[in-house]
Design a protein. Structure first.
Length: 168
């Protein structure tokens, strides 16, 4: 496990990353965590006392990476940009598990199931993580229904979301 301290930063105008709160993982450290890698990968460890897993490191060029700190993480660590953060990281080799309720519902629709499993693993994860992010069981059920319906009509994740915005 690699341990170091860093300052929480926030992007100004930076394209899609505008407004993101993040920490930097310099090339020297990222190479200790996952040698000879320059692509996005997942880590586990601690941010101060908060245990984390499955957090993505995003490449920024020259071997440097960043880790976005979403609002829920910042709330749990009780820190904002400019604060010093103790970081303990190691490569998280655990593979993401699809939401069990979603997988069970896919079994009821052969067309949706076939189209879903024909998608790249990362695209499958978009659906599952969106479903898992629901805050109530009612919302989760609605999202599963929407996803299975869209998949049965051979819609990818982005198409499904756009369809919802057009109708609402």
């Amino acid at each position: 496990m690699i341990c170091y301290q860093t300052i929480i930063k926030k992007f100004g105008a930076k394209g899609e990353k505008t407004g993101w709160t993040y920490i930097e993982i310099p090339a020297k450290i990222s190479q200790q965590i996952y040698p000879n890698n320059k692509k996005s990968f997942r880590v586990k460890g601690k941010l101060d006392a908060l245990e984390i897993s499955g957090m993505a490191l995003i490449p920024m060029g020259e071997g440097d990476f960043i880790m976005a700190l979403k609002a829920d993480v910042r709330k749990k660590i009780r820190k904002v940009h400019g604060a010093i953060l103790k970081v303990e990281l190691e490569h998280d080799k655990a593979e993401y598990q699809l939401d069990a309720d979603f997988v069970e519902c896919l079994e009821d629709d052969a067309n949706a199931k076939e189209y879903f499993y024909a998608q790249p693993k990362s695209h499958q994860n978009y659906f599952s993580k969106w479903i898992e992010a629901a805050k109530t069981l009612e919302t989760k059920a609605k999202r599963i229904t929407k996803a299975v319906s869209a998949l049965s009509r051979k819609m990818n994740y982005a198409e499904m979301l756009r369809e919802g915005k057009i109708k609402n």
